[in-house]
Design a protein around this ligand. Structure first.
Ligand code: CP
Ligand code: NVA
Length: 304
């Protein structure tokens, strides 16, 4: 496993499998009350420049439950907001804390942090990727479907940061990924090309949601306007309308399809209320698994 988690394309299959196993163990231990504190005495920084409910709180709770301490740092209250170079902040923080979880706009900023620090840097969402989200999502698919091999996942909506991380995961793990996005909102071409070059990758891109969900075991959607795209909300609403995950679309998938959404959700936009709250939705288990996966990630990267 590398020092950092910046992008799932840097992973090997064995890194994924190790984290899935470890997260499942943490989940089981929480149920049986078998609580271990492997990160006692360690300190985690959580540096965020965008809002968060799940990712921030699951990482904070994970660190505390593992026996360590977490410090939340609002990026706007630090000197990087006043143009202190990232390479300076990275070298300073390395001397204070044992790991740093970052949510920000630019993937390059995270890369710079990783280059100039010796502590693990964990990407908690950039404009380009959301790797930890997809790690806990695949953990949920393993729980619900018994594995990811041979599984067909349909992504319906924006070709955004979460979609990009699904593309990277599909490139390494080889499950079938069909993405349906409006043509002007297809995922980044460079990311797709790099993923498709990996052997075993099985990635299809269309602009027809019905095609993408045909025979799908999983339907996944996300907001139509991500954080930082609030100004585009109105024009996006019109273009994305035919991409709503609703009952009519779900009927075209496998009979035992599961519905996933990383949340926050906009009911009546990318997903209908009845599908989000319906019997095929695994969204709350999916959210819970962020906590167990955060424990696996922190233990793996910080303990060693
Ligand atoms: N899914 C997710 O990353 O949620 P938050 O934005 O609340 O962290
Ligand atoms: N694509 C969304 C994901 C939120 C967890 C965003 O970037 O806002």
């Amino acid at each position: 496993m590398n020092k950092d988690i910046l992008n799932l394309l840097d992973f090997e299959k064995k890194d994924f499998d190790l984290l899935f196993k470890s997260a499942a163990r943490f989940k089981q231990n929480a149920l049986t009350g078998n609580i271990k504190k492997p990160l006692a005495g360690k300190t985690l920084g959580i540096l965020f420049d965008k809002p968060s409910t799940r990712t921030r709180i699951s990482f904070e709770a994970a660190m505390l439950q593992l026996g360590g301490q977490a410090i939340f740092i609002n990026a706007r209250d630090t000197q990087i907001a006043r143009d202190e170079p990232v390479k300076d902040m990275a070298r300073v923080l390395t001397r204070y804390i044992d790991g740093l979880v970052i949510r920000t706009f630019s993937q390059d900023l995270i890369k710079d942090f990783a280059e100039f620090s010796t502590i693990p840097i964990i990407n908690a969402l950039t404009d380009l990727y959301h790797p930890c989200q997809v790690l806990s999502d695949i953990m949920t698919i393993i729980e619900k479907k018994g594995g990811y091999k041979g599984i067909k996942i349909a992504w319906v909506g924006d070709g955004n940061n979460v979609a990009n991380s699904w593309i990277n995961a599909a490139a390494i793990l080889g499950f079938k990924l069909s993405l349906a996005c409006p043509k002007s909102y297809f995922p980044d071409k460079g990311i797709l090309d790099r993923a498709r070059k990996k052997s075993g990758s099985n990635i299809i891109l269309v602009d027809d949601p019905a095609k993408a969900v045909q025979g799908a075991d999983v339907i996944y959607t996300d907001v139509w306007a991500s954080m930082g795209q609030e100004d585009e909300q109105k024009e996006r609403l019109a273009v994305f309308k035919p991409f709503q995950v609703n009952k009519k679309l779900v009927r075209k998938a496998a009979a035992d399809v599961i519905i996933m959404h990383c949340l926050p959700a906009h009911r009546g936009e990318e997903i209908s209320e009845d599908v989000l709250e319906g019997h095929s939705s695994v969204i709350w288990d999916q959210s819970e698994n962020k906590l167990h996966m955060a424990k696996a990630i922190l233990t793996e990267l910080i303990k060693h």
